[in-house]
Design a protein around this ligand. Structure first.
Ligand code: 5GP
Length: 121
């Protein structure tokens, strides 16, 4: 699978995005189609297509994405009330961009569960 997604273009500043955090390993920007009052995406600069492609070498990088999420939550005042961080994988997971990303959703109470059809035993 090609690693050149729309997110690579955002990392390389070839297309605009509302960037709210950047360091040498990660970038966070507002989602173009927000699903909560605050919805940003936290991505590694290293292109990794899906959760299935994460390797042992990426352990600290993946941890770093969560550290950034917690830092942003604190900065934006969502840490006490709470928020949701989720990473979708492949089609059943709802993934549409094949460069892993944490969705950070905040500013309202989130619903659960995400799957609402009755499960058969
Ligand atoms: P996924 O469905 O892969 O879990 O999430 C991809 C997310 O990327 C979606 O929420 C979608 O709105 C967002 N997205 C797709 N293209 C762009 C873009 O060009 N700019 C920004 N800021 N977000 C995008």
């Amino acid at each position: 699978m090609s690693s050149d997604t729309i997110f690579t273009k955002i990392i390389n500043k070839e297309i605009p995005a509302d960037i709210i955090y950047e360091d040498d390993q990660a970038l966070a920007f507002k989602d173009i189609n927000p699903q909560a009052p605050f919805h940003c995406l936290i991505i590694p600069k290293k292109p990794i297509a899906t959760i299935n492609d994460i390797t042992v070498e990426d352990k600290s990088l993946i941890g770093h994405l969560y550290i950034v999420a917690a830092q942003l939550a604190k900065e934006h005042g969502f840490d006490e009330q709470g928020y949701r961080v989720v990473m979708n994988c492949n089609s059943n997971g709802g993934q549409t961009v094949y460069h892993i990303h944490l969705h950070m959703l905040a500013g309202k109470a989130m619903g659960w569960p995400p799957y609402t059809e009755k499960l058969k035993n």
